[in-house]
Design a protein around this ligand. Structure first.
Ligand SMILES: N[C@@H](CCC(=O)N[C@@H](CS)C(=O)NCC(=O)O)C(=O)O
Length: 210
């Protein structure tokens, strides 16, 4: 049994969607980041960077923070959604790392400046929106003629998808990125994704583009 410490955010949903897809038994614990629960001393013991998600695998005694690490760990444990070796494995890790270094932090800044603090910094809004559109463009190009970012549906798609699910917050019109839209809708149909999206609590349906 795995304990998952999470909240209703893109990084949190990566872990719950992966656990659902892999069929690994887990128990979700809500860490309400709007109430600063991520700073609680008990949580810091497993997540010293005071961010969700984090897991404790009671089978192995291993605890982990950082969603990218958690996805690789769960994939290796279950033998699913990450090829075991060779180029196919590194292609998945390549796009997973792209998400960790690109869409994660950059779209997070869009949420901060464009959704929550609009009008406070024109420079930051412009900078992060420009970067968001660049990243959507990269993803759109990658998905040209392919169903998923690597060879098959993988933890890389699981890492990217929850960030795209906030396209409305990012003021991004998915019609401008047709391959991203097709990929987004395809993944949204998956029952495991629908279940994982509602962990640790149901805050509404998966956003659907018009
Ligand atoms: N690189 C980390 C980022 C995690 C992260 O930023 N989590 C956010 C929620 S999506 C958080 O816990 N924020 C709490 C805070 O800002 O204090 C990961 O991918 O796990």
């Amino acid at each position: 049994m795995i304990d998952l410490y999470t909240w209703t955010t893109p990084n949190g949903r990566k872990a719950s969607i992966a656990l659902e897809e892999m069929g690994l038994p887990y128990k979700a614990h809500a860490i309400d980041i709007s109430k600063d629960e991520q700073f609680a001393p008990d949580f810091l013991k497993i997540a010293p960077n005071n961010r969700i998600p984090a897991i404790v695998d009671n089978d192995t005694g291993i605890s982990l923070m950082e969603s990218g690490t958690i996805l690789i760990y769960l994939a290796d444990k279950s033998g699913k959604l990450l090829p075991k070796d060779g180029e196919k494995r590194y292609r998945v890790i390549e796009w997973l790392m792209w998400q960790m270094g690109g869409p994660g932090p950059m779209l997070g800044q869009v949420h901060h400046f464009v959704k929550y603090n609009k009008g406070k910094s024109e420079y930051a809004e412009e900078r992060y929106l420009k970067e968001a559109h660049r990243l959507y463009g990269v993803l759109n190009k990658r998905l040209e003629g392919r169903a998923f970012v690597a060879d098959e549906y993988s933890i890389a798609d699981i890492a990217i998808w929850p960030w795209i699910s906030r396209f409305e917050w990012q003021t991004v019109d998915l019609d401008k990125y047709p391959n991203v839209k097709r990929w987004y809708l395809e993944i949204a149909k998956r029952p495991a994704v629908q279940r994982g999206y509602k962990v640790p609590k149901d805050v509404g349906e998966i956003p659907m583009p018009a």
